[in-house]
Write a protein that binds this ligand. Sequence first.
Ligand code: SF4
Length: 375
Amino acid sequence: MSVPISQMWTVATYILKQKLAGRKRYPLVLMLEPLFRCNLACAGCGKIQYPAHILKRNLSPEECFRAVDECGAPVVTIPGGEPLMHPQIREIVEGLVARKKYVYLCTNALLLEEKLDQFTPSKYLTFSVHLDGQREEHDFAVCREGGYDIAVRAIRAALKRGFRVTTNTTLFDGADPNSVRAFFDEMMELGVEGMMLSPGYSYEKAPDQHHFLGRARTRRLFRAILSNRKRHWKFNLSPLFMEFLMGKRHYRCTPWGMPTYNIFGWQKPCYLLQDGYADTFEELMAETEWSRYGTESGNPKCANCMVHSGYEASAVNDTFGSLRGLLATAKATFSRYRDPEAAEMLRERVVPAHARNPFVQIEVSSGSVAEGTRV
Ligand code: SF4
């Protein structure tokens, strides 16, 4: 089991309370982006393409706390940008832990080892380290040679000090299922608590537009990776969301399940799209035209989306929506998904992305992101 019982209990009781109160739409995880600045410039990222004056801005701790209190979600993830570049990240994390929020600080870990002293181990704090696969795959994905080794060293140091550590991995077209499975083995050997996975979203602003996955290819890739599962792999994901990725379930997107707050306000409708901003969480929930989003809406921006931030809350809601959902989750938790066809897929030759595309390192200086793309 990859999540402590106390966290599961907090989330389960929160959801049951929402259901008993008859709330049709409720937030499960707040995505709190205190800055867009980053010390990497990944080719598949749509978050760091802002002009320098935007990249320099930070949310203050008070703004973060107000958003967290307004929203009320039991879990807060802190993506970015790179949160460890925020000058008051320690204060922000301390304030959230004091509020008994389960905090996932998402980091590329380049600064993690040197900043560990700023934090205190707690069941409420997890470092969610961005690793997009084995050494070559990760370094290629983040356009930074040596990034994998730095992150792994930081994970070891954090685990040694008693911190909770998970990984988060985004997969793009051309990912090699065998390499991803080998990566799972590496992470389990390292001792991380669990692994989070998501297909990449095709950000319009991302420098690399050629490697985003369509829905059919996403399902095929995840079926190959997650079938015939090894017993020791632990995931920090809803088991039903993983079935969704493997094409075994259909869900509608519930973007309100993981709302986003950043320097512009509450982002409509989700972490990925920017169709305006609301000043308050209440306004976001009341005034967003939710029917315009999700695959069924016909919105082309949602057509290929199967990302974690849109669909995991749908899966969790399904788990707690009925006895059938609970039983399906229990079954999925222990299933290894024996699938001879998926095993066959692992025999297909895949030329890894880093072998197909020459590696171009994108240099990033503090406060600004250099233009760059792969050739
Ligand atoms: S389908 Fe994806 S892009 Fe569309 S609203 Fe949901 S999470 Fe956002």
